[in-house]
Design a protein around this ligand. Structure first.
Ligand code: CA
Length: 225
């Protein structure tokens, strides 16, 4: 899942980026509101986290509002040092989906992100299920039938993207944009390589079952029976 984090406090920004990347998220960080907005309109983000107090011509709430006006549909989480009821109402009226008061713990941030990503179109319930494959984003567990499967964080992130878009054709560009951040060096065959890793763990060991990760020649890949 691709995350945009707009935060001017470098320490927080770096720590959160590192922490989320260890959990398999692809994270872009920006430190002011104007570049924040230019990133926040990008439909490739799966979730946007905005600090409220930012240098530049806007605050985080205005960034959220403008991004919504430009058609951004991803969940938006506002971070703020102030926790008054008025702030909360203002934040939620701006088009933000949730609100987290600073200082926050990293585990609380992750829990909020996961809760926001569980909202529709993916129906509620933490565990994503397709056929006999299940993926639990909060426990980082993947199973096919009763067999546990160990995935690297990138493989996990790739599979999560497939499971949130089951039976849809995902092009290589879509996969790159949702699973890798903008700094990542993604070679033309990177997606193929990771699809190969995933097939080796999800499909190949289960010879008596239909492969779930399928190539749609000329277009991309699809999670389907
Ligand atoms: Ca700030």
């Amino acid at each position: 899942m691709r995350v945009l984090f707009v935060e001017d406090e470098e320490k927080i920004s770096k720590a959160v980026k590192r922490g989320l990347e260890l959990k398999g998220y692809a994270v872009d960080t920006v430190a002011d509101s104007d570049s924040g907005l230019s990133y926040a309109v990008d439909p490739d983000y799966d979730i946007i986290i905005l600090d409220r107090m930012l240098p530049g011509s806007m605050d985080g709430i205005e960034v959220a509002k403008k991004a919504r006006e430009e058609g951004q549909k991803a969940p938006i989480l506002i971070l703020t040092a102030r926790g008054s009821i008025d702030d909360r109402v203002e934040g939620l009226n701006s088009g933000a989906d949730d609100y987290l008061v600073k200082p926050f713990s990293f585990s609380e941030l992750v829990a909020r992100i996961q809760a926001l990503l569980r909202r529709p179109p993916v129906p509620s319930g933490a565990v994503l299920i397709y056929d006999d494959l299940s993926l639990d984003p909060s426990k980082y567990e993947v199973k096919r039938g009763d067999t546990s499967i160990k995935l690297s964080s990138k493989e996990f992130s790739l599979l999560e993207y497939f499971m949130r878009h089951k039976e849809q054709v995902l092009t290589k560009d879509m996969i790159i944009n949702h699973v890798w951040n903008e700094d990542a060096i993604v070679m033309p065959n990177t997606v193929e390589v990771y699809i190969g890793y995933l097939r080796a763990k999800i499909d190949r060991p289960f010879v008596d079952k239909p492969p779930l990760i399928n190539t749609v020649r000329g277009f991309g890949y699809k999670l389907c029976h």
